[in-house]
Ligand binder design. Structure first.
Ligand code: ATP
Ligand code: MG
Length: 585
C-alpha cells in the first residue's frame, strides 16, 4: 500500500471527548470515526486490525472444535419472553417495533436464539456435545458509552455457546474454552489474568473474566488477587477474610444518646470517640423503584452487585435525601440520612405499605457485633450498646454484601490480597440449564427421556480487545501494535522522494517484502521527514525502514517500534529481519 493512497487522516490533536489513551490514539491516528454516541465506523486501518483479531479467534475456536455460524442481528421479543429476559434485561436492550407493531430487539447477546436453534436441531444425545460460535456486531444501549471502542453501544463480539448432556462435559468444554482464550490473547500480544466473576445479566453459576491488567483509567474493573496462590476475582465477586477489628463496644446496656447533626460514620465515630467498626451502618438503596436498607459494619463498604443479586432486580442505586425522606415518611419514620436503622421498625408499617415497604438485609460483618451503635430512625439520636435480638432485630437475610479491600486476607490461603485494575476482554460462563429449562430446549437421552441441555457460553469483545491492546502497548508518540494484530507489518520511509537512489531503494525493499507476503506500506508522500516519522509512530507500524542519506554508504535505518531501537543495516538485512519476524506469526 502506498501511503499516498491509504485512506487515513491523522489529526494534530486528540479529540476533545476522548478520556482514555486508546480512544485518543485510535481517533487521532485515523482508525475510528464516531457516528453517534458509542457508535463508530471502523476505518480501513481499524478494520484490518479487527479482521486480524477475528482470524486469530476463528483459528483457535476452530482448533478447539467449535463451529462457526452467523445468527440474525434483529431478534423477536417472543424468544426473550420465553427465557424471562424481556423483563429482566433492562434498558441496555434496544427494543424496537416493525411495521406490523411486532416487538423486536437488537441482539446484545444470543442465548435465546441459539437455544431455539438447538432445540429444533440437536434432538438426540448422539449429537452432543457441541459448541457453536459467531463473530458479529452487538448492540447494547449502555448507560454510559465511553472510552471509544472499550465501551461502545455497537461493538463486535465473538460469542460461543456449548451444549452438553452432563456437568462433566460442560466442565470439559469450559476448560477447553479457557485454554483457547489463553492462546487467543497470547497470540494477540496481550497478557491476561482469568478472574472469578459475577455472572450478571447472562446468568448461571460459574464464570471467569479474562482481564487485561492495566494501571490506566481504562480499567473499569477492580481485580483482587493473591500473589501466594492463584486466587483472583473481580470486585463484584471477590470475598476475603478480615483482619481483626474491634466489634464489641464498652457500653454495659443500651441507651439512646443525642448525636446532633452527625450525619456520617466518620462524624459519628469522632463524636462518640469510638472506632467505626463499632457502628452498624445503614444505607438506603433503590432497587427497581423499591427501597432496600442494607446494614454493614461502619468501616466497610457495600458491593452493589452483591446486594442486587441478594435482593433480585435489574437496577440499583443509592437513594437521594428526598427519596429517603419520602420512603421513611411513608413507612412511619421521620429520620433523615445519618440516623436510619432497623430499630423501631414496626411490623405494622412494613405490611401496610405494600409496594413501598422496606426490605432489610445485612452483611455478615454485623452478625458478630455486640454492644454496638446504630441509628433508630430518630433524627439526632443513636442507640449505643445495642445487641441483636435484645434491642434490635437482625434482618432475616444475612449474607456477604461487602466490598473487598486491598489488605484483606485471601479466602484461599490467608495471605494479603492485592488490588489492580483490569479491562474485561473475554468472559466464560457455565449457564447450566438457565436457558434450556425455561425455553424447554431438550434432547432425548439414551434412555429415551427428554432432558434440558447443560449449556455454557463464551464471549470475547473483538473491538474491545483491539482497544485494550492500545492501552497495553503505546508511548507518548503513538501506538505500538503487537505484530500479530498490526494493520501493516512495516512502513518504508524514503526521507526524500526527490532523491532517486533513496526512492529506488525504498521501492525495491517494498517490492521484495510484498513478494514475501509481508504487509508493507511505502510512504511516498512529498512530506517533510518529521511528518512521516510522526505518522509512522502514531499509526504504530511495528517496524520502520528509513531510507535516507546513508543509502550512499549502502545503509538504511531499521526501527523497532516496541523499543524504539534504531539500527543501521544493509537493505537486504532489513528485508530479512521483517520477513523472519512475520514468519513467526
Ligand atoms: P461489561 O461488564 O464490561 O459491561 P459484560 O460483562 O456485560 O461487559 P459480556 O456479556 O460478558 O459483557 O460480553 C462478552 C464480551 O463482550 C466482554 O467480555 C467484553 O469484552 C465485550 N463487551 C461487552 N460490552 C461491551 C461494550 N459495551 N463495548 C465493547 N465491548 C463490550
Ligand atoms: Mg462479562
Amino acid at each position: 500500500m502506498k501511503m499516498s493512497n491509504l485512506f487515513v487522516q491523522t489529526l494534530r490533536e486528540f479529540p476533545s471527548d476522548a478520556e482514555v489513551i486508546s480512544h485518543k490514539m485510535l481517533a487521532r491516528a485515523g482508525y475510528i470515526k464516531k457516528l453517534t454516541s458509542g457508535v463508530y465506523t471502523y476505518l480501513p486501518l481499524m478494520w484490518r486490525v479487527l479482521k486480524k483479531i477475528e482470524n486469530i479467534v476463528r483459528q483457535e475456536m476452530d482448533k478447539a472444535g467449535a463451529q462457526e455460524l452467523l445468527m440474525p442481528f434483529v431478534q423477536p421479543k417472543e424468544l426473550w419472553v420465553e427465557s424471562g429476559r424481556w423483563e429482566a434485561y433492562g434498558k441496555e436492550l434496544m427494543r424496537l417495533k416493525d411495521r406490523h407493531s411486532r416487538e423486536m430487539c437488537l441482539g446484545p447477546t444470543h442465548e435465546e436464539i441459539i437455544t431455539a436453534i438447538a432445540r429444533d436441531i440437536l434432538k438426540s444425545y448422539k449429537q452432543l456435545p457441541t459448541n457453536l460460535y459467531q463473530i458479529q456486531s452487538k448492540f447494547r444501549d449502555e448507560v454510559r458509552p465511553r472510552f471509544g471502542l472499550l465501551r461502545g453501544r455497537e461493538f463486535i463480539m465473538k460469542d460461543a455457546y456449548s451444549f452438553a448432556t452432563s456437568q462433566e462435559d460442560l466442565d470439559k468444554e469450559y476448560q477447553n474454552m479457557w485454554n483457547a482464550y489463553t492462546s487467543i490473547f497470547k497470540r494477540c500480544g496481550l497478557e491476561t489474568k482469568a478472574v472469578q466473576s459475577d455472572s450478571g445479566a447472562i446468568g448461571g453459576n460459574v464464570s471467569h473474566e479474562f482481564m487485561v491488567i492495566t494501571d490506566t483509567d481504562a480499567g473499569e474493573n477492580d481485580v483482587f488477587y493473591c500473589d501466594e496462590c492463584d486466587y483472583a476475582a473481580n470486585s463484584n465477586h471477590a470475598i476475603s477474610n478480615l483482619p481483626p477489628a474491634k466489634v464489641i463496644g464498652d457500653w454495659e446496656k443500651a441507651i439512646v444518646v443525642d448525636t446532633p447533626n452527625v450525619h456520617s460514620i466518620e462524624e459519628l465515630s469522632e463524636f462518640l470517640n469510638i472506632e467505626p467498626s463499632l457502628i452498624v451502618k445503614a444505607l438506603v438503596y433503590i432497587i427497581d423503584k423499591k427501597p432496600v436498607i442494607a446494614l454493614i459494619r461502619g468501616d466497610k463498604q457495600i458491593e452493589e452487585t452483591k446486594l442486587l443479586n441478594t435482593v433480585g432486580g435489574i437496577e440499583i442505586r443509592i437513594a437521594t435525601s428526598e427519596e429517603i425522606a419520602e420512603i421513611m415518611g411513608e413507612n412511619g419514620f421521620n429520620a433523615i440520612p445519618g440516623f436510619i436503622g432497623p430499630c423501631n421498625v414496626n411490623k405494622k408499617y412494613l405490611e401496610k405499605y405494600g409496594e413501598n415497604k422496606i426490605t432489610f438485609v445485612a452483611d455478615e460483618t454485623v452478625k458478630e457485633m455486640k454492644n454496638f451503635v446504630i441509628g433508630i430512625n430518630e433524627t439526632d439520636k443513636h442507640l449505643v450498646g445495642g445487641n441483636w435480638g435484645i434491642d434490635v432485630d437482625l434482618p432475616e437475610t444475612v449474607t456477604d454484601l461487602r466490598l473487598v479491600e486491598a489488605g484483606d486476607f485471601c479466602p484461599k490461603c490467608g495471605k494479603e490480597l492485592k488490588v489492580t485494575r483490569g479491562i474485561e476482554v473475554g468472559n466464560i460462563f457455565q449457564l447450566c440449564t438457565k436457558y434450556s429449562k425455561p425455553m424447554n430446549a431438550v434432547y432425548l437421552d439414551a434412555d429415551g427421556k427428554a432432558k434440558p441441555y447443560i449449556m455454557g457460553c463464551y464471549g470475547i469483545g473483538i473491538s474491545r480487545t483491539a482497544a485494550a491492546a492500545v492501552e497495553a502497548h503505546h508511548d507518548e508518540w503513538g501506538i505500538k501494535w503487537p505484530l500479530a494484530i498490526a494493520p501493516y507489518h512495516v512502513n518504508i520511509v524514503p526521507v526524500s522522494i526527490q532523491d532517486e537512489l533513496q526512492m529506488s531503494t525504498a521501492q525495491k525493499i517494498y517490492n521484495e517484502l510484498l513478494e514475501a507476503g509481508v504487509e508493507a506500506v511505502l510512504d511516498d508522500r512529498n512530506e517533510r521527514p518529521g511528518v512521516k516519522f510522526k505518522d509512522s509512530d502514531l499509526i504504530g507500524f511495528p517496524f520502520r525502514i528509513t531510507v535516507g542519506k546513508t543509502i550512499t554508504d549502502g545503509q538504511v535505518e531499521f526501527v523497532t517500534r516496541a523499543t524504539n531501537e534504531k539500527i543501521s543495516m544493509k537493505p537486504e538485512e532489513a528485508v530479512k529481519k521483517v520477513i523472519d519476524a512475520v514468519k513467526t506469526l
